[in-house]
Design a protein around this ligand. Structure first.
Ligand SMILES: [Zn+2]
Length: 72
């Protein structure tokens, strides 16, 4: 019988496919999608990422924003 305590202590791993590292950050799935990184989670939900991938996505979305500005 699964205890509720166990469910609350759910361990999160990075949502990026083939990563599997311990997740330390959470970002919106859409942001991840925009960065061109495929995750196993639903894009409409929050994706949990490891430090490395969070950094990567942060970098890429920043770049995107800059490109958007150039378009204006
Ligand atoms: Zn990762």
């Amino acid at each position: 019988m699964p205890s509720p305590k166990h469910a609350a202590k759910k361990e999160r791993s990075c949502a990026v496919a083939n990563c599997g590292k311990e997740a330390s950050r959470a970002v919106s799935g859409r942001k991840v999608e925009k960065a061109g990184i495929s995750v196993v989670t639903d894009p409409s939900k929050t994706a949990h990422l490891c430090k490395d991938h969070y950094r990567e996505i942060k970098k890429k979305t920043k770049k995107d924003r800059m490109l958007d500005r150039l378009d204006w």
